[in-house]
Design a protein around this ligand. Structure first.
Ligand code: C2E
Ligand code: MG
Ligand code: MG
Length: 706
């Protein structure tokens, strides 16, 4: 029954008695009460009457024909709306068994015959009022339950003395349990708490019992089917008059959805929704922590500001959807690359991540490296990022090849605060963009001048091949007697985009260190061969070209293959090439070198020892190698006319070479005087500024005899 029906209609009283006179008298007695009176003459009729019109109070005779009062009572209580009906048994019986039986059935009260007609209306009035109060109580309990259900909030009460626990309906729902089938206790409650939180909860309870402060904790629970929820528990202790804790009461609030929403809000506020990488805000937070830690521990930080080259063009031509997919791929690549970089894997103190990657927006990304050994490591990682990004990316069956630019600033080398670091990395990015992108650039004061130059050179060197910045110059080698051409030496030049033409001494050592000498060396071999073929096509009969081979290149297994394909691509015989190896190279790993040289030599290639005289090789040693030419190092030639020791050395080298049947050539011949001395000493061939500086290919032929 709801409140409105309670207010709007009179209470119904159903009088059930087979004695019509008694029914009449009862009706009379109740005439002054504001009630609606209904009648039935036996049990069956009463059940039927109740079914048609549920009554609030039933005055039920016990002994009746067809169906007695007990059976009728049982049936009425089972009818819809019958559960809370007030049933008053009217009986002449006063035996205890009947009374107990009636109470067990759910009867509210008894009136014994003969009925006191004066008291009856008062009794009925009282019962109706009680009923109304009970009803109101039930309703407010139902409302409370409803409110708790809506709020996912339940209340509990734990009796500390007998460890009994009461849970409101909603708590069962929160734990995923059925009220009738689960008897709660503190032990059972703890079993429902997520194992990871159990200790904390136990500690909170112990603390609460010991103190008077109410507690509030959030923890996880596990529902019977494994679902994890998050709840907030609030509770307080109740004590007896002696101060002994007797009870704990509190509430349990399911805050899973709220937590999820909070996490979502946090994630929206801190992560980039396209790539799931931290956004600018979170990056700032993390970077500030990393900076503080670096300050404490005296470490270097590098901020890499990365921007994809010409990304807006992709967005414009392929649409934003493709652009977004590409950015997701890029984010994955960057993450993978930084994560797998050995430079950033060591764990750090202070719980600072070795790196942080973020997306700033559009095609801009930030990488903060916090575990650097030296600024060099930042350049290695920057280069790896560029290399990884330059691998094709497939989106919707289309392949995209992207390049990127990276500006780098270092803490503490450049500055000591995050904003300036940002700004400097940005400036450096701008700089690399202006020089065409696809590379990295350090903020100029990042490192001392030398290593800065090295880093920046390295960045450029990586791209020099694809940007076709290399060129070969050629220097003639001639017969000292008649000036006829013996061969030409190919000498590498680099047109640096900022620094102009660079000689090999400025970049060959770096190329060797970084391994770039291998692809560069391949380029030299192919270009030299193409040049010979071009000279042939121009109608010349080109002399052999000497190519300088560096130590790193020589150990590379692919060298033989590179040479033979360069020769065959240009339809050249092997004797058109001479390989120059320095004396010190030949002396290292003598046996392996000898074998390799023999294979080259047998294939028809000529072999020269470059910079001879600086490595003090013995004649017996040299004899074991398949050589064709000895090139006397120019340091002996420089002072040839004034230094008698040099004269003696050069004379000995010439004698040695001739004894071994080798062509002897003097390098660095600048003056006529030097040439004359060499002629005197019996040297057959010379190379040097006296004859010609290294020149471009178009200036070699037709060769003019000096
Ligand atoms: P190198 O093989 O001893 O080459 C001779 C060097 O002496 C060249 O310097 C040449 O320009 C220089 N030179 C020639 N005549 C004179 C002269 O009369 N006076 C003086 N003072 N110098 C003269 P460059 O071109 O600077 O090359 C230096 C070195 O770089 C070369 O020494 C060679 O070791 C290396 N190099 C050059 N090109 C390549 C290359 O393609 N690959 C490798 N691995 N190394 C190369
Ligand atoms: Mg040389
Ligand atoms: Mg030399």
């Amino acid at each position: 029954m709801d409140t409105s029906t309670r207010i709007n209609r009179l209470p119904r009283v159903l009088i059930v008695d087979d004695d019509m006179a008694l029914r009449l008298l009862t009706r009379e007695a109740l005439a002054d009460l504001s009630v609606q009176v209904l009648e039935a003459s036996d049990g069956e009729e009463a059940v039927e009457a109740f079914r048609n019109q549920p009554a609030d109070l039933v005055l039920l005779d016990v002994q009746m024909p067809r169906m007695d009062g007990f059976t009728a009572c049982h049936q009425i209580l089972g009818l819809p709306g019958g559960h809370h009906t007030t049933i008053v048994m009217v009986t002449g019986l006063d035996d205890h068994d009947s009374i107990r039986h009636a109470y067990e059935l759910g009867v509210t009260d008894f009136i014994t015959k003969p009925i006191n007609w004066t008291l009856l209306p008062e009794r009925i009035r009282f019962l109706l009022r009680t009923r109304e109060t009970l009803q109101a109580l039930r309703e407010s309990e139902a409302k409370l339950n409803e409110a708790q259900r809506i709020a996912s909030l339940g209340h509990w009460e734990w009796n500390l003395e007998d460890d009994t626990l009461f849970w409101s309906e909603e708590i069962y729902r929160i734990y995923g349990l059925e009220p009738g089938k689960f008897q709660p206790s503190n032990t059972k409650f703890l079993a429902l708490v997520h194992p990871g939180d159990r200790q904390m909860i136990q500690a909170s309870i112990n603390h609460l019992i010991g103190s008077d402060k109410p507690y509030s904790v959030d923890h996880r629970i596990v529902r019977p089917w494994g679902e994890v929820r998050i709840v907030n528990q609030q509770g307080e202790v109740q004590r007896d008059t002696s101060g002994k804790p007797v009870r704990m009461v509190g509430t349990t609030h399911d805050i899973t959805e709220r937590e999820k929403a909070e996490q979502r809000i946090h994630s929206l506020a801190h992560y980039d929704s396209l790539t799931d990488l931290p956004n600018r805000h979170l990056f700032r937070e993390l970077a500030n922590q990393a900076l503080a830690s670096a300050q404490r521990r005296g470490r270097i930080l590098a901020l890499l500001y990365l921007d994809i080259d010409r990304f807006s063009r992709i967005n414009e031509t392929m649409g934003h959807h493709t652009g977004d997919l590409l950015l997701q791929h890029i984010a994955k690549r960057l993450t993978h690359c930084v994560r797998n970089s050995d430079m950033v894997t060591h764990s750090t103190l202070d719980n600072i991540e070795p790196y942080t990657l973020a997306r700033l927006g559009a095609d801009e990304f930030l990488v903060l490296l916090t575990c650097l050994e030296s600024p060099d490591s930042a350049s290695v990682i920057a280069q790896r990022l560029l290399d990884d990004l330059s691998q094709p990316i497939t989106v919707n069956q289309d392949e995209y090849i992207l390049t990127a630019s990276i500006g780098i600033a270092l803490y503490p080398n450049d500055c000591s605060d995050l904003d300036t670091l940002f700004q400097f990395a940005d400036t450096s990015l701008h700089h690399i963009k202006q020089t065409g992108g696809n590379g990295f650039h350090f903020y100029s004061s990042s490192v001392d001048k030398r290593s800065h130059r090295r880093l920046s050179l390295e960045g450029h060197l990586h791209r020099a091949l694809e940007r076709e910045e290399f060129e070969l110059h050629f220097q003639p080698q001639t017969n000292i007697q008649d000036g006829r051409l013996l061969g030409v030496e190919a000498l590498l030049r680099w047109h640096h985009p900022e620094e102009g033409l660079l000689p090999p001494v400025d970049f060959i050592p770096l190329a060797e260190e970084t391994g770039l000498i291998v692809p560069i060396g391949e380029w030299v071999i192919h270009t030299a061969c193409r040049q010979i073929a071009a000279w042939q096509q121009e109608g010349h009969d080109p002399a052999p070209v000497a190519i300088n081979i560096s130590a790193r290149q020589f150990t590379e297994a692919s060298l033989a293959q590179t040479i033979s394909s360069a020769l065959s691509d240009n339809k050249l015989l092997a004797d058109r090439l001479e390989l120059e190896l320095t004396e010190s190279m030949i002396m290292q790993c003598a046996e392996a070198t000898r074998e390799k040289l023999s294979i080259f030599h047998e294939s028809g290639l000529r072999i020269a020892v470059d910079d001879f005289g600086t490595g003090y090789s013995s004649m017996s040693y040299l004899k074991r190698f398949p050589l064709d030419t000895l090139k006397i190092d120019h340091s002996f030639i420089r002072d040839l006319c004034s230094d008698s020791t040099d004269t003696a050395i050069v004379r000995a080298i010439i004698a040695l070479g001739q004894a071994l049947g080798l062509t002897v050539l003097a390098e660095g011949v600048e003056t006529v005087a030097q040439r004359d001395v060499l002629k005197q000493l019996g040297c057959e061939f010379i190379q040097g500024f006296l004859i010609s500086r290294p020149v471009t290919a178009d200036r070699i032929y037709p060769f003019q005899i000096q």
